[in-house]
Design a binder for this molecule. Structure first.
Ligand SMILES: [Ca+2]
Length: 214
């Protein structure tokens, strides 16, 4: 963010008011946009009586000028927003990862692998097996998944039966178990997969698709 150079009050008075924050710049653009949109509205809705003074051609010229200005301002607005977006995800996006909601995910296609291979694959891509944080995220991801297909998530209870944690050992913050899950069937279900919106504990050696997060 630019700051005015420090100096005496006299010096400050001589200088033009150049210091303007991106937020202020955006506000000015927004105001200009609003004003132009009002003009455009007026042009479009000019009554027949007013058209005595404004020919159709004049109005069209005015409309084009206003629309062009709006486009330029919107472009300027986008540039400022782009330049001031310092979120790390914007600058580092591993290949194949796509934004879903507020985060980056990779959803595997075709290949089915066991849970450990899925975990390794995500690491290799610069991410890790995904955890889903809430219902909203679940709904957004679910839209990208195939029906009746299982996808490995990061959650597991390999360490302590019934305590589902992420690979880094953190307790699961969001769970959406299917009815009667987790059931640890045959005492051998320690990895969590997502099928049709619900979580299932399953044998880690079974092969499924997987979801990574960046
Ligand atoms: Ca199960």
């Amino acid at each position: 963010m630019r700051r005015p150079p420090s100096g005496s009050d006299d010096k400050k008075l001589e200088e033009p008011p150049f210091f303007i924050t991106p937020a202020e710049e955006l506000k000015i653009i927004e105001d200009q946009l609003l004003a132009l949109q009002k003009v455009l509205h007026m042009v479009v809705r000019t009554s027949f009586k007013e058209k005595v003074f404004w020919t159709e051609a004049d109005l069209n010229v005015l409309k084009n000028v206003v629309e062009e200005k709006i486009q330029k301002l919107e472009h300027q607005q986008n540039l400022i927003l782009e330049q001031n977006d310092h979120s790390p995800e914007k600058w580092f996006v591993p290949d194949n990862f796509k934004r879903i909601g507020s985060r980056l995910f990779y959803i595997s296609t075709k290949v089915n692998v066991d849970w450990f291979s899925a975990k390794a694959a995500c690491r290799k891509m610069g991410g890790q097996l995904a955890t889903i944080r809430n219902n909203e995220e679940l709904n957004l991801i679910e839209r990208k998944l195939k029906h009746d297909v299982g996808y490995w998530l990061d959650l597991n209870d390999l360490d302590k039966e019934g305590e589902f944690v992420t690979s880094s050992g953190k307790p699961a913050s969001f769970l959406n178990w299917r009815k009667r899950q987790p059931d640890n069937h045959n005492n051998n279900e320690h990895c969590v997969q997502l099928i049709n919106d619900y979580f299932y504990d399953s044998p880690c050696s079974t092969k499924h698709r997987f979801i990574c997060e960046a």
